[in-house]
Design a protein around this ligand. Structure first.
Ligand code: TXA
Ligand code: MG
Length: 318
């Protein structure tokens, strides 16, 4: 099984369009992490995503669209959802809204739910791809289920074989952590289902206070207790490394060595998170001890991912 080819720029887009039309999988760059995309209208193509990732079929995929008009054809965005879309699209926000019966995105993409996760990604190459494809693309993060999300084309190419037709190389991902997921459903307060690359306070400035995930909520990755995991074990809130551990620092007080953000900036730390965990993993670290990261800004999303990465692996669903 050989790694899929990696193509930059317009060559990548042309090759991707041909592969998508054939029902094949294509890895695409976004401003958050790389996605593993298929034609959302094709149940066969979408089924290949679940198979390639080893993803549980009850965990819905995000439908990526070119613009708000394409989003409105797939889901019902009320005034609150439209306000969020206007403020943050294109960008790292996924809105979960009621699915339209006549939308192009197939039922399998949303795992049979009556709601749909929609996002207009900000990366220029993927926006061009979506515009030229002319329809929605289903795309989860391009990692085997439960593992670290990829932030470079090489991360994706290494993780998959010829079940992926090609990787469009759009450079390293700017945000480095997944989109924030907000549900905006009738007769329900807006809920932050997954903290992500837009901080809570920026979202709340537009929509007011966000509720948490309700008990009836379906599987945002939050419910898979072990997720986003490196091969190494993780120890959180470490102040110093113990024998056999490597320390992943945060902020100016950290000892010399790998540091998520020497200046203590959570946006920089988010951009470095998966890349640094991946690198320490490749270097064969047995346990990665991570210094505390404050919950401000993107810290809430970072801490969410770190908690899941540190969770006992035997409870993982995949
Ligand atoms: O930044 C991102 O969001 C990246 C890039 C590629 O766009 N995508 C991503 O996809 O992180 P994924 O599949 O790794 O995580 C998306 C999560 C899923 O775990 C799923 O639970 C949740 O979004 N989701 C999707 N549709 C949903 C829905 N209708 N209701 C609740 N959660 C939903
Ligand atoms: Mg993921």
């Amino acid at each position: 099984m050989s790694d899929p080819p990696v193509y930059p720029g317009s060559t990548g887009i042309n090759q991707a369009l041909a592969a998508l039309a054939d029902g094949r999988l294509v890895a695409i760059p976004t401003e958050t992490v790389y996605g593993l995309a298929a034609d959302a209208a094709s149940p066969d193509a979408v089924a290949r995503i679940y198979a390639a990732k080893g993803r549980p079929a009850f965990n819905p995929l995000i439908t990526h669209v070119a613009d708000a008009a394409m989003a409105a054809a797939e889901g019902r965005l009320d005034e609150r959802a439209r306000a969020l879309a206007k403020a943050f699209w294109p960008g790292p926000l996924t809105l979960v809204v009621p699915a339209r019966e006549r939308g192009k995105s197939c039922e399998l993409a949303r795992a049979g739910l009556e709601t749909i996760g929609l996002r207009v990604p900000g990366h220029p190459l993927t926006r061009e791809l979506l515009e030229r494809f002319g329809g929605p693309l289903a795309a989860p993060s391009a990692n085997p289920s439960g593992r670290l999300s990829p932030t470079t084309a090489a991360d994706v190419a290494q993780a998959f074989g010829d079940e992926v037709a090609l990787v469009v190389d759009g450079g390293p991902c700017e945000a480095g952590i997944e989109s924030a997921i907000v549900s905006v459903l009738p007769e329900d307060p807006p809920r932050l289902l997954r903290p992500g690359a837009i901080g809570r306070s920026a979202l709340e400035a537009v929509i007011g206070e966000l509720a948490g995930r309700g008990s009836a909520d379906i599987n945002a990755p939050g419910q898979l207790s072990s997720h986003y995991a490196p091969a190494a074990a993780l120890r959180l809130n470490a102040t110093a490394s113990r024998p056999g551990e490597v320390l992943l620092g945060f902020g100016p007080a950290a000892p010399p060595g790998p540091n998520l953000s020497p200046s203590g900036d959570t946006t920089e730390a988010a951009a470095n998170l998966y890349r640094m965990l991946r690198k320490l993993d490749e270097q064969g670290a047995g346990t990665i001890a991570v210094m505390p990261v404050p919950d401000e800004g993107l810290g809430e999303a970072i801490n969410d991912r770190l908690r899941r990465a540190a969770a006992p692996r035997e409870s993982a669903v995949s």
